[in-house]
Each structure stands twice: as structure tokens, then as C-alpha cells.
Design a protein. Structure first.
Length: 379
RNA sequence: GGAUGGGUAUGCCUAGCGGCGAGGGCAGCGGACUGUAAAUCCGUCACACAGAAACACCGCAGGUUCGAGUCCUGCCCCAUCCA
């Protein structure tokens, strides 16, 4: 059984440790996203060891489609498969209900997808999602939910949230059953519930109260950063998190920019994840303490400086902006790789700084300094 | 000297075969991306402009035609082959 231990608080911000069978997670933490059991951009497990990565996130839907969760199970689970012996969180497929909206139908029993790879029919309900995640043997499994678009109307959101609640109850029963089976690889697999409700405070709060009664291992706020404004997102966090269990970790799914993370920590979030550092890295957008830069821009053509002065990442320790820009323009794999390494290092380092500042009771000061230096609040 | 095939916009390649203010691609330049259908996508890429108003070049010069990038003639380049 996992233990969530709060070490320090500052306002609603929390500094904690989450003890799991796969090791401790120091929070607040940014999980590095490797959807298909790999962080895109040719990032290896060895790389991650030098990037302060604590947790990797992989995806139920994608790994079910390819290579197949049974194959991963045969090979000893995702940790062995990927050669990563630290915690892994698997997303449930709930986000694909949103992102693959054109390829699926939602029913009470679950969701019928057409595979984005070959069009094959795939059914995924709460039980299937739990079975797949159990086969993958991740440290933390996410409940199967519907991530509804932020602009969905009230009636739709209410119906969707009610269904997500029923699904959550089914997830819990199924996860308990799977964890008690002898042939389950990780019999201590944790289950996090997901709060939904778009930007309707009352639906969010009501749902938070409902799922809190289920005594799950952690609670996520989902359905944010899907079209609403930053203000709306922060408002939802302020209104909703107080109704989630204080003695369990809180996870803000799919978020976000460095500024989003600082605002999230302030409102009580422990876990974050986002494709930004990896995707933006592949696209040549680099995070620095003085704002985001686009290495494709002509002004970096003869820039001999590293991406960021003083940065300890593998890209900044050796290479110039001009060289990496050349690699990107020449479509050399190394270019993307170095950029992704830098961005992950930037994010993971920022989380380390956040934890340090919380330890010292100086989070507010740190946050202000960081945001001032980065300039653009949307970063 | 002869034969054949070509020359398409401020860079490169290419579509066009009588209605073209000329379509694509690459390169360039800029932008987007939030639990990853993304090494992707979008914009821009002579000047100007959506107007009975403009007209800067489709190797160059003529010609045929209501109308020519497209057909004809000559010339200039390029490529390949033959002397």
C-alpha cells in the first residue's frame, strides 16, 4: 500500500513524498510523457537517468493497440519492457475519448474506437482499461473517464460526469479483483480517480465529493487545458481541489506550461504531465529562464551560445544554438533529441527548484522570481 | 556542322498542351501545439489587389488568333547523341 506523506505546506501548496512499490516520488513532480512506451525524440532510459526524471507516463490505448498489453505482460510488464525501474503512471485511454473524438462512439458500457493505426474496432470500457493497465503493470493506473471538451454544454457535461462516476466505481471493483489475482504482475497497482465537470464549478465540486468517498490512492483533475482560458483553469483548481482528499496526492492531468505548473502547485497540485517539453522540443521550441525561444528562427543562425547559459543538460553542456539549429534544419535526429533533452531537463529542474523552495518555505518568492524572469505569463 | 529533348515566377525542381491575374513540391521566412493519430500542422513566399480595377517580364523577338505559357517563324541558351 502506498503512503502519501506531506512534508511541508505553504498556503495550499504541498511538498510531499509518495512511497510506491517502485520507489519514492518526491512531489511536486512533472511526469515525463512516453505515450507509446518511449519519449518521442529518441530519448533513452539512460538519458532519463541524467535528466532527474522520477516518473514516466505511458498510455493504455496506445500500448493496447501496439504492441498489445498481453505481449507487454509476457515480457514482464512495462518496467521490464522499457528497462525503467522507477514509477510509471499509465493513462487510461480517457484522453483518447477526447483526442480521437472522430474515431469513437461512447456508450454506457464503454467506448468503441476505430484504431488510428489500422481502423480495427476496439472496445474499451472501465474493466478493459483496468485489465490492460494491470497487464502493463504500471505503478499507478488511471480511472477510465471521458475527457469532455471544455466548451461542452452543461447538460452534456452533467451526463458525461455521471457516467464517468459509474465507470469509476466499476474501475475500482475491477482493479481490486485484478490486484487479488495470483498471475498479476503488480498486485499493488494503485488507482487514481479523475474529477471532471468542464468549467462548471458546481458539477466539479459535486463530482469531487462523490469520488472522494471511494477512498482511492490519488485524485486527478482532468478535462482541463482542453480549450478553456488559463483563468478558467486556475479558477476550477481553486474551487475543486479543496473538495478532494487532503491526505492523497492530487494530479493535474495534461498540464502544462511552466506558468501553469507554478499556478497549479500554488493551488495544491502534486503531479503534472504534459507533452509540451517533448513535442515543443521536437519542433525546435526551447524553454529557458528568459522565455521560450524558437531555434528555427534565423536570428540563431550564428549564435554561439548554448540554449541556456549555465544549464546542465547534455545539449547545453556541449553544443551551440547555431549547431543545434543546423541539426534541426537538416532534419538530423540529433537536433530533436538534444532539444527534447533540454526541455525535459528544464521542466524536471524547475520541479526540483519548486520542491527546494517549498522545503525552505519560499515558494511564493520563487514563483514570482521565476515568472518575472520568464517574462511571458503564457509560457 | 547535324539530330533530339528542354528553357515556367527574386533560389531549386516541376504541372500545364488555345480562356492563366499560371497549379504543385523543395528551400527560405514566420506561427501554432497542454492526460501525443503530431520529426506534425498552418501561413507566407515579384509588385499590387478583390476592383470594370490592375497588369514586370512563362529564354528573346516577331507572327497566327477574339484570346498564346500553350500554335507558327527566327534567334539565344542548356542537355544528350552523331560527325
Amino acid at each position: 500500500m502506498a503512503e502519501y506523506q506531506i512534508l511541508k505546506t505553504e498556503g495550499r501548496a504541498k511538498r510531499a513524498v509518495f512511497h510506491t512499490v517502485h520507489g519514492d516520488i518526491q512531489t511536486p513532480v512533472f511526469m515525463n510523457v512516453g505515450t507509446a512506451a518511449a519519449i518521442k525524440g529518441a530519448v533513452s532510459t539512460e538519458d532519463l537517468e541524467g535528466l532527474k526524471t522520477q516518473v514516466q507516463l505511458s498510455n493504455t490505448y496506445h500500448l493496447h493497440v501496439r504492441p498489445g498489453d498481453r505481449i507487454v505482460k509476457q515480457l514482464g510488464g512495462l518496467q521490464k519492457f522499457m528497462s525503467w525501474n522507477k514509477p510509471i503512471l499509465t493513462d487510461s485511454g480517457g484522453f483518447q475519448v477526447f483526442s480521437l473524438a472522430g474515431l469513437r462512439k461512447i456508450k454506457e458500457e464503454g467506448v468503441y474506437f476505430h484504431s488510428h493505426i489500422d481502423g480495427k474496432k476496439i472496445f474499451m470500457g472501465p474493466e478493459e482499461s483496468m485489465q490492460i493497465q494491470s497487464n502493463l503493470a504500471s505503478t499507478i493506473a488511471m480511472a477510465f473517464d471521458e475527457c469532455a471538451p471544455s466548451k461542452a454544454d452543461r447538460a452534456y457535461v452533467q451526463a458525461s460526469v455521471d457516467r464517468t462516476t459509474r465507470w469509476l466505481e466499476r474501475c475500482r471493483v475491477e482493479m481490486n479483483r485484478l490486484n487479488s489475482r495470483d498471475d498479476t504482475i503488480n498486485r499493488e497497482q494503485l488507482l487514481f480517480g479523475i474529477n471532471q465537470g468542464a468549467i462548471y464549478d458546481d458539477i466539479r465540486i459535486e463530482h469531487a465529493k462523490r469520488i472522494s468517498e471511494l477512498d482511492l490512492d490519488g485524485y486527478a483533475v482532468g478535462g482541463l487545458a482542453v480549450g478553456e482560458s488559463h483563468e478558467e483553469m486556475y479558477h476550477v483548481l481553486e474551487e475543486t481541489i479543496p473538495y478532494l482528499p487532503k491526505d492523497k496526492p492530487t494530479y493535474l492531468m495534461g498540464v502544462g506550461t511552466p506558468a501553469n505548473i507554478l499556478e497549479g502547485v500554488e493551488r495544491g497540485v502534486d503531479f503534472f504531465d504534459c507533452v509540451y517539453p517533448s513535442r515543443n522540443g521536437r519542433h525546435g521550441h526551447l524553454y529557458t529562464n528568459h522565455g521560450k525561444i524558437n531555434l528555427f528562427n534565423a536570428k540563431y543562425e550564428v549564435d554561439p551560445r548554448p540554449i541556456e547559459e549555465g544549464c546542465g543538460c547534455p545539449a547545453c553542456r556541449r553544443y551551440s544554438r547555431a549547431y543545434i539549429r543546423h541539426l534541426l534544419k537538416a532534419k538530423e535526429m540529433l537536433g530533436m533529441r538534444l532539444c527534447v533533452l533540454h526541455n525535459l531537463y528544464f521542466y524536471n529542474t524547475m520541479m526540483e527548484e519548486i520542491r527546494d523552495s517549498l522545503d525552505k518555505g519560499e515558494f511564493q518568492a520563487y514563483k514570482k522570481r521565476k515568472l518575472d524572469r520568464m517574462g511571458n505569463p503564457d509560457l
